[in-house]
Every structure is written in structure tokens, then in C-alpha cells.
Design a binder for this molecule. Sequence first.
Ligand SMILES: NC(=O)c1ccc[n+]([C@@H]2O[C@H](COP(=O)([O-])OP(=O)(O)OC[C@H]3O[C@@H](n4cnc5c(N)ncnc54)[C@H](O)[C@@H]3O)[C@@H](O)[C@H]2O)c1
Ligand SMILES: [Zn+2]
Length: 364
Amino acid sequence: MEQLLVETPSLTYPVYIGENIRRHSAELLKPLLSKKSRALIITDSKVGALYGEELEKTLETILPTSLFTLPEGEQSKSIEAYEKGLTACIEENLDRHSVIVAFGGGVVGDLAGFVAATYMRGVSFVQMPTTLLAQDSSVGGKTGINHRLGKNLIGAFHQPEAVVYDTKTLETLSDNEWRSGFAEMIKHAYIKDPEFLHWLKSNVSTTEDMKNSKLLQFLKRSIAIKAEIVKTDEKEAGIRAFLNFGHTLGHALEKVSGYGQITHGEGVAAGMIFAMRLSNYLELSEWDINNEKKWLQQLGYPIDAPTLYSPETLINAMKMDKKSNAGKLTFVLTEKPGVPFLQTVNESDILFLLKEYKKGGDFQ
Ligand SMILES: NC(=O)c1ccc[n+]([C@@H]2O[C@H](COP(=O)([O-])OP(=O)(O)OC[C@H]3O[C@@H](n4cnc5c(N)ncnc54)[C@H](O)[C@@H]3O)[C@@H](O)[C@H]2O)c1
Ligand SMILES: [Zn+2]
């Protein structure tokens, strides 16, 4: 088992990463759980069916525990699902000394975290991520839900008190979920760690390679990068915004394709290449786009997905995203690996590039 510590101004907490450690979660979490009155595990239908009962029984050995299951998918990051989560807390008699355990992917983590942030003005919560993507979402304390007009528009910062990451559960993920999570790992490398990027490029050239024996090491490195960023900028006043690399177009693609068609990370991968093209076009970088694109396409990412939609539709979706500031589009761009910066970009430049994409222009 690997272990690291996330230090933020509001809370310091451990992250445990290892195979089958969900089975030892009672021991790992004992110092925390033994002080709590009750636990509510929030999960989704897929994860619940696979591992829910087992976890409930494990935690029951320490404190009264119940299980609340939401339908799987991004739809469960809705106001309605949030209300149901709160209702479960009330019906299960959770009080201010209770703990909520988020057991699932990023959707469950964000929703359960937001329930924990707001129920009785905030109760403890623990993240037990089950997707590769959740190596990113379970650390850092961003919780929230979607509004029908935009993603992640409602939320709170609320750090978990511990993260228990069982890599064994990743074995039941589909390949596009592997790709989704791996994109966030690649993103961490692009914005912060050229050496890690090189390591990933030399070890991973297919989706199958993502599941290799170095996974635990990759995860530890990726989480450490996230932890370092969150430590310096817990509330996204500065450098934490760099974590949005690839997300402006990524979120737009997720949205216009209808959530679930293009996974979060697949959209981010396409968005990262677009951001590189944008910074080259603005003469702020000299990325060898074809090279980067080739690697990501080999891994199965839908880099050309922006060509499937009209440029105007994509721009409108980007403007709705909270990462656009007062109608202007702010992008995270990268000069080269490890050197990200924020840039306000004219809509006309983005439109031009999206139109070039659609025409099939293979510009640098
Ligand atoms: N809070 C943050 O900092 C942060 C960061 C990145 C992403 N996010 C959010 O995370 C969400 C995406 O997360 P996700 O990709 O994990 O999506 P998800 O939670 O919807 O999981 C993807 C799919 O995999 C299934 N699944 C989960 N674990 C499984 C397992 N072990 N075996 C089989 N199937 C399993 C789920 O049921 C779902 O169908 C988005 O809403 C995004 O906004 C949040
Ligand atoms: Zn993301």
C-alpha cells in the first residue's frame, strides 16, 4: 500500500492507495470512524451492485452504517439527486457527528461531497474512489452538482478527512472509463511535470498499457501533483486554475455530445490538443502538435471530436461554462510541458480555429 498526505490550509488528510484495501477500510479509518455516530455510504447503481454490500458490512464493524444508492451517470449530479441525498441523511438519522462515505467515481464524489458540505452546515466525509478519474476528483475538496444551464455551477470546497483508493476496483471499469481517468493523469504531467510526461509516454501507448504494473506508481505521482497544487492554492485563487487545462473545450464537448457519449477525460484530451493549437496560433508556444496528437490518438482519444459539431455550438457551450469569465473565454494554455498560463482569448480566434478544424486543416 502507498500512502501520502494532502496538506491544505483547512485540513491535512491521508490518501491510501493499494490493491484490495477497501476490505481493510475499517482498520484504516478506525481513528476517524470510531469517533463518529453513524456512517452513510453514498454510491451509484453500478458500484453499489458490485461492492456496496461488502463495504457496508465492513464499516458496520465499527459504527452503524447504511447505504444510499443513486442511478449511475452524470444525471446524478443534479439538484434532484442532491435533494434525495439530503433526504437519505435525514431518514437515516445522521447528526452533526456522522460521516458520509463517497463510494464511486467522480459523480458520486462530487455529489456526496456536496451533501456532506451542506447537511447540517457540514459533516465529515471520506472519499473511496472507484474510477481512475477519481484519482483527480477525490483529492482537493471541490464538491458540487450541475445546473441544467451548466456543469458544476453549484458547489462548495469541502475537504475529505481521508481517501481510500482501492485499485482492485478499477478492474471492472470499461476501457473508455480508463481513458477518461488517464487523461487527467496526462493533464497533471502536461501542466506540472515534464519528467512524468516522458515516463508516461515511454510506458503507455495503448489503453491496455494504462493497466500495467506501474499503475500504482503513476497514481501516486499524479495524486502528489494534485496535492501540491491544492496545498498552495486550496480555493483556486491562482495556480489551481491550471488544473482546468483542456477543460474549456472538454466540458463543451461533454455537454453538446450529451453527457456520457464523450466521457469527461476524453473531452479533456481533445481540449488539451485544442489548447496547444490555440497557443501555437497565438504564437505563445511551439508545440509539435502532430506528435502529441499521435500519442493521444494511439491511446484511443477522440481528438477530432470538435469537428462533429458546429463551431458556434461549441463556442456557446464554452461561454456557459463557469470557467468563462464575464463572456470572455479564458483558457489555460501551456508554453511547453510544465509551463502553464492563463490567457483571455478573443472569440473570433477560437471560431477561426474551430472552423479550420472542421475543414480538416492540419495546421500547426
Ligand atoms: N471535484 C473535482 O475536483 C473533479 C475533478 C475532475 C472531475 N470531476 C467530476 O467527476 C465526474 C466524472 O467522474 P467519473 O469519470 O469517475 O464518472 P462516474 O462517477 O460517472 O463514473 C463513470 C462510470 O463508471 C462506473 N463505475 C464507477 N466505478 C466503477 C467500477 N469500479 N467498476 C465499474 N464501473 C464503475 C459508474 O457507475 C459510471 O457509470 C464529472 O462529473 C466531473 O465533473 C470532479
Ligand atoms: Zn477534469
